[in-house]
Design a protein. Sequence first.
Length: 86
Amino acid sequence: MTAPAHTITLLTRAGCSSCVTALDRLVPLCEEFGIPLESVDVDEVAAVDPELRAEYGDRLPVVLLDGREHSYWEVDEVRLRSDLTI
């Protein structure tokens, strides 16, 4: 079995309604492309990775594609679909 060509990580925070909306949009998209979706609460991991919250905590949700920032505050689905087909 080969590893997926891409990875998608959604950076979130508890109680963030925009984060829930982003997750709801990403789940079917990731299923369609066969890509696992990881969701990371920046506050929960702050003790181990404070830089993550410092970098992204004020503009959640943030979508990371292959570990790099792809979009924030909302899912740019058109651009993400395009980038996933590359």
